[in-house]
Design a protein around this ligand. Sequence first.
Ligand code: 72W
Ligand code: MG
Length: 214
Amino acid sequence: TGLSRPQRMLKAVQKNATKGDPQSVIAAIDYYCRHKEWAMNVGDDKGPILDSVVSEVNPSTALELGTYCGYSTVRIARLLSPGSKLITVEFNPAYAAVARQIIAHAGLQNKVTLVEGGSGDLIPKIKEQFGITSFDFVFLDHWKDRYLPDIKLLEDCGLLKKGSVLLADNVICPGTPEYLEYVRNSPRYKSQYFQSYLEYTKAEDGLEKSVFLG
Ligand SMILES: CCc1ncnc2c1ncn2[C@@H]1O[C@H](/C=C/CNC(=O)c2cc(-c3ccc(F)cc3)cc(O)c2O)[C@@H](O)[C@H]1O
Ligand SMILES: [Mg+2]
């Protein structure tokens, strides 16, 4: 089998989605992953919850940790107002290469900056490299044991401000116990759980929305 799963997903997008139409890219990936082969996209059960939080925050600056193939990157970027920016971080070059093509197929490359590298290395450099003082919205969907260290790093780098919204995927499955314990018990966050389903399955999963109180 020459192609990787992400490359097969990209082919399905290029075959079935209309260039410049983010909704058709989302639908093509969801159809492929539901009917052909599963993949760890936030998916079409949790996706509308992500959409509603992004629309409510209407971020000028947004950060995504763990691009993978760019499915949630497209979901977020398609809702951003003109002039707003999404920075997405991915340390696997092969995944980043697929994501760039999926983001481009959706016509959203001008709203998205995909940065290749580890989140721990990149977060301290974001201010100087991108001239960003803080993030209005952060979507966490990378290695689950990196959620907690990375939000502490965001706090320490002064990249969160009063009202910044964190949204974390997979807080039930695979689960992020240390992260949940922290955001639900810290006086610096107001946290809320949105129950849903693990992408393309009937298993429970959910998103945790945590507002930074400053
Ligand atoms: C070093 C920090 C750092 N810096 C930059 N990029 C990083 C990074 N750490 C990771 N990445 C990239 O992010 C993505 C990983 C994402 C990890 N996500 C899950 O593991 C997951 C699993 C299930 C599930 C699997 C099997 C089941 F049975 C059930 C559920 C469902 C889900 O929604 C899931 O998100 C990849 O592209 C990594 O290259
Ligand atoms: Mg996930």
